[in-house]
Write a protein that binds this ligand. Structure first.
Ligand code: CTP
Ligand code: MG
Length: 182
């Protein structure tokens, strides 16, 4: 695999995990998942993790995976690269669900470390969703995951994701969709 192909494979395989956060931002609002509960005087997750945002994010990621499956062959021929095998059903759910779970885990850790809603948590903010998404997908669809995420693909994912995250959140902030640029 050359560098171009490795990048295409990494982005293709991770797209269903990339979009949930953005859709959660667009759809966020309504009841918080933690229902306002606290632990040691701090919110469990906070008002930034809502049922509506989370559900919308997971559905958006799953729909995108279905779309990518549908356009798999034409895109592979057009680009002249070997794309990852089609997303199996378990990965269609696990990639976006893992991303949302990772984002939630980060909020849980932020609240435990005294960070208010919206506070930055450098490193964690950029990679939480990738790590959890990959772990959940590894459990749910081990064959597809180990075949798709070779070491070079993983390296690209871990280099490219923080950059993409910073850029998309910067855009969402500039557009007034997000309160902070991280
Ligand atoms: N959002 C949501 N549900 C999620 C994730 C995000 O509703 N599971 C929405 C919320 O409106 C949230 C916004 O998207 O305020 C931005 O997401 P994020 O930066 O993850 O949340 P923060 O508000 O910064 O809260 P935290 O400090 O817990 O990350
Ligand atoms: Mg935030």
């Amino acid at each position: 695999m050359d560098v171009f192909e490795t990048i295409v494979v990494a982005v293709w395989a991770m797209l269903p995990a990339y979009v949930p956060n953005n859709f959660a931002v667009l759809a966020g609002g309504g009841a918080p998942i933690d229902g306002g509960r606290t632990w040691n005087g701090k919110r469990l997750l906070g008002d930034g993790k809502t049922w509506r945002g989370t559900a919308t994010g997971i559905v958006a990621g799953a729909i995108l995976a279905l779309i990518l499956n549908a356009i798999h062959s034409p895109v592979a021929s057009a680009l002249g690269v070997a794309l990852p095998d089609q997303f199996p059903p378990a990965a269609i759910i696990a990639l976006p669900a893992g991303a949302m779970l990772g984002d939630m885990t980060a909020s849980f850790l932020k609240r435990r470390t005294g960070r208010e809603r919206g506070a930055a948590f450098p490193g964690i903010d950029q990679l939480d969703f990738v790590v959890m998404s990959l772990l959940l997908t590894l459990f749910a669809a081990p064959t597809w995951t180990t075949k798709t995420f070779t070491l070079p693909v993983l390296v690209v994912v871990f280099v490219l994701t923080p950059l993409l995250h910073l850029v998309t959140n910067g855009i969402a902030y500039a557009l007034g969709l997000k309160n902070e640029p991280w």
